[in-house]
Design a protein around this ligand. Structure first.
Ligand code: SF4
Length: 340
């Protein structure tokens, strides 16, 4: 089977070229063609000899995704369903912010975590994506829209910390100034709370932003919403978060999706303040997207603002996230499910 050339960092690619009897600087040229020029075939690499292009074509695949479906929201959000070339599909979302274009990538095909509010629950976990398959989401959207993406969030389908090594490698490849050159500060990892991996990430000390999907303030409710809480409860999660902040001196973002009569009352807000008191953090309140056939509905605007104000008045910085793409099923997993 051909190897995906997008999964190689520059040093590894140089090694591969040496094995092929080629000079390492050729690897750098090819790396630039792939990640900066975003070409779709070895044939387009005009400063590479025909002989080498043929050699590369025999050894490697360029992993070029086909678009199965593309939906566009009235607010400009674009949602892609990509064919990952093995019969599976993944989704990727492009969002427009004042500070630039941001992409939300998937890290796995399906997900093992089973969060109840997530539409990808019920879609069986198939496998983790390789670094190259993560990178190709960025390149495919850049090609399709003829744009440069400035920010990336691992918030699509999959638990990125359950695919730790491949996600770390994808970040390293994205960072390379001779490639896409996206700084780690522009990359955010969102986890459902895999505690051991939060410690690992803290010790790695990369400059990414860490987001924690919290969504509840009691173990009872959190375990009901997110089975991962049975393995690592809120206390253990908070301990890991404190360690992360102490180690990296970086602010953690806590995601809290508000669902009507579920986790949006004043008692929840009070407990949240108690949990996060003194932590270098920010709370992102998300008006939950209504999930087809799901049992959660969005909080009222009044409740959302009350919740936010209570947090802010009590020393926890909280903002309400803009609802992007709500008319095109922005909750992760929904587009994929529709296609099944
Ligand atoms: S919310 Fe994220 S971690 Fe939870 S099931 Fe959905 S994709 Fe997995």
């Amino acid at each position: 089977m051909k190897k995906n050339i997008k999964s190689y960092n520059l040093d590894e690619l140089k090694e591969e070229f040496i094995k092929l009897g080629e000079k390492p600087y050729r690897a750098e040229q090819v790396f630039k063609w792939i990640h900066q020029e975003n070409v779709t075939s070895f044939n387009e690499m005009t400063n590479i000899s025909l002989e080498l292009r043929e050699k590369l074509d025999k050894e490697f695949t360029m992993c070029i995704y086909n678009i199965i479906r593309k939906q566009e929201s009235i607010d400009g959000t674009k949602k892609y369903l990509f064919d990952v070339l093995d019969g599976n599909a993944i989704e990727t979302v492009l969002m427009e912010y004042k500070h630039g274009k941001s992409i939300c990538v998937s890290s796995q095909i399906g997900c093992k975590m089973g969060c109840k509010f997530c539409a990808s629950t019920g879609i069986e976990f198939v496998r983790s994506l390789t670094p190259g398959e993560i990178i190709e989401q960025v390149l495919a959207v850049q090609r399709d829209e003829n744009i440069k993406i400035s920010n990336l969030v691992f918030m699509g389908i999959g638990e990125p910390l359950d695919n730790y090594d491949n996600v770390m490698k994808a970040i390293q490849i994205l960072n390379n100034p001779k490639g896409i050159n996206m700084g780690a500060r522009h990359i955010s990892i969102s986890t459902s709370g895999l505690v051991p991996k939060i410690y690992e990430l803290a010790d790695k000390d990369i400059q990414c932003t860490l987001s924690i999907s919290l969504h509840a303030t009691t173990d009872e409710l959190r375990s009901a919403l997110m089975p991962v809480n049975n393995a690592y409860n809120i206390e253990e999660l908070m301990k890991a978060c404190r360690y992360y902040i102490e180690k990296t001196n970086k602010r953690i973002s806590f995601e809290y999706a508000l669902a009507k009569d579920n986790n949006d009352n004043l008692e929840d807000a009070k407990r949240l303040v108690k949990l996060l008191k003194g932590m270098l953090c920010h709370v992102n309140l998300i008006p939950i997207n209504k999930i087809e056939n799901g049992k959660f509905t969005k909080s009222t605007n009044e409740n959302i603002l009350k919740f936010r104000d209570y947090l802010n008045d009590n020393g926890i910085v909280a903002t309400v996230r803009r609802e992007l793409g709500s008319d095109i099923d922005a909750a992760c997993g929904q587009l994929r499910r529709k296609n099944l």
